[in-house]
Design a protein around this ligand. Structure first.
Ligand code: CP
Ligand code: NVA
Length: 307
């Protein structure tokens, strides 16, 4: 198993189970006492930065948040040298990056005993694993046992939906995906998701994906780093907005989810986002519990290896 958390599948089923257990624990040992965690951001962040900073504090540690321009990844020095530098000071490194390959290069640079510090993905263009952990906490709080439940994701197949697909595979939750042509999961990825044990179905029409679902999830049509494509995407995603009419086809107890930030009137209606079925602020709160579970898990793993 990888010492890092770059993609949710790095945890494996048992690792994810342990992360959720740690995240839901009433009290944890101060596993970061006397230690610090370096968190760097190539893109803006409200929830992830605050969730991880708070979680580090709750585990007795000290967070150091760094904006990318302060360290100049691949401009002032290489991503590898940035990683090795942060490893001189911190027990865990968290990174939000444009290109997932930046995290992979950093992880490779740290796969030596002298600099064996774990890296956690705080969002990349491939996955957003800590979001998926928070989403599982939220789903469990509302739906109980997730095996046999169905989550419908409507919109852009992106970093968030990719991590959700893995989360679904690991907990036995079906994932229905509805995305317009050109923005959907491809055949090779579908095969990969199913090889993880995922019950994943692709739909052309949002209403088909949502029919009878226990949770309806959406995310922005334009992710960070894609700012030149907004008009083309607005045209492509017409009809893929999540609103009351779409939700009426979901299960009676269906909850409405969004990782935030949201664009009201685009991927989700104001009415639904602010309505009684919306759990988006619980998802936001659970980012902190998820972060605490992830950090505690990485420390447990790291200490276990060091023994
Ligand atoms: N959901 C999420 O990751 O929010 P931020 O981009 O504000 O961190
Ligand atoms: N898919 C979005 C998620 C933001 C939390 C993005 O990458 O911008």
């Amino acid at each position: 198993m990888s010492r890092h958390l770059l993609c949710l599948e790095d945890l494996g089923r048992d690792g994810l189970r342990r992360v959720l257990e740690l995240a839901e624990a009433a009290e944890l040992e101060p596993l970061l006492e006397g230690r610090s965690v370096g968190l760097f951001f190539e893109h803006p962040s409200a929830r992830t930065r605050n969730a991880f900073e708070a979680a580090v504090f709750q585990l007795g540690g000290h967070p150091v948040s760094i904006r990318a321009e302060e360290i100049g990844i691949d401009s002032r020095e290489t991503a590898e040298d940035v990683a090795r530098t942060l490893a001189c000071f911190h027990s865990v490194i968290g990174g939000r990056v444009g290109a997932h390959s930046t995290l992979e290069r950093m992880a490779a640079a740290l796969d030596k005993p002298a600099v064996a510090v774990p890296i956690v993905n705080l969002l990349s263009d491939r996955q957003h694993p800590s979001q998926a952990v928070a989403d599982l906490l939220t789903l469990r709080a509302h739906l109980g046992e997730l095996r046999g439940t169905t989550l419908a994701y409507v919109g852009d197949h992106n970093n968030v939906s990719r991590s959700l697909v893995v989360a679904g595979a690991f907990v036995g939750m079906r994932v229905n995906l509805a995305s317009p042509p050109g923005y959907a999961m491809g055949g090779a990825e579908l095969a990969w998701a199913r090889s993880l044990g995922g019950e994943v179905q692709l739909f052309a029409q949002p209403a088909e994906a949502v029919a009878g679902a226990d949770a309806v999830y959406t995310d922005v049509w334009l992710s960070m780093g894609q700012s030149d494509e907004l008009e083309a995407r607005r045209r492509a995603f017409a009809g893929y907005g999540v609103d009351e009419a779409l939700l009426s086809g979901a299960g009676d107890r269906a909850i409405v989810m969004h990782c935030l930030p949201a664009h009201r009137g685009e991927e989700i209606s104001e009415e639904l986002l602010e309505g009684p079925r919306s759990v988006v602020w619980e998802q936001a709160t659970n980012r902190m519990h998820a972060a605490r579970g992830i950090l505690a898990y990485l420390m447990e793993q790291h200490e276990g290896r060091a023994r």
